[in-house]
Design a protein around this ligand. Sequence first.
Ligand code: HEC
Length: 115
Amino acid sequence: MIGFRAKSPFQLFFKTMCFFIGIFSANAFCFAADTALKNGKLIEETKCYACHAKKSGFGNGDMIYTRNDRKVESYSRLKAMVAICNSELRLDLFPEDEADVAQYLNHQFYRFKNN
Ligand code: HEC
């Protein structure tokens, strides 16, 4: 194998460990991103959707994020808006949950690149 000429058992062990640590950390990273989106979606559906459906007058909680005159025009505005809804309405989200919801909303609706 190219670049895999271990000279001693220790080197062999070390290289093998590096290989597996690489795989595991890549996995953990993908898993964390996936969990954030799932967590964000769950929070949106349970804490945010119903009120948006009612207040927007559309009867659909997703449309507040996609309406023509939507408020949010950047990722920083999105995070600010999530924070406003969270604190004004006393939804008691933890900062990690707020970040997860913002990430989910961006992934699902806004698609800003500069986050
Ligand atoms: C009790 C009602 C209520 C709840 C609960 C609520 N919101 Fe809102 N939210 C609103 C209203 C009303 C607006 C529209 C504000 C406006 O148009 O000025 C809004 C607007 C928003 C917007 C801006 C949409 C846009 O692009 O124009 C975001 C983002 C948002 N809310 C996020 C959230 C999140 C995330 C949650 C849950 C953690 C949440 N809101 C919970 C009432 C609520």
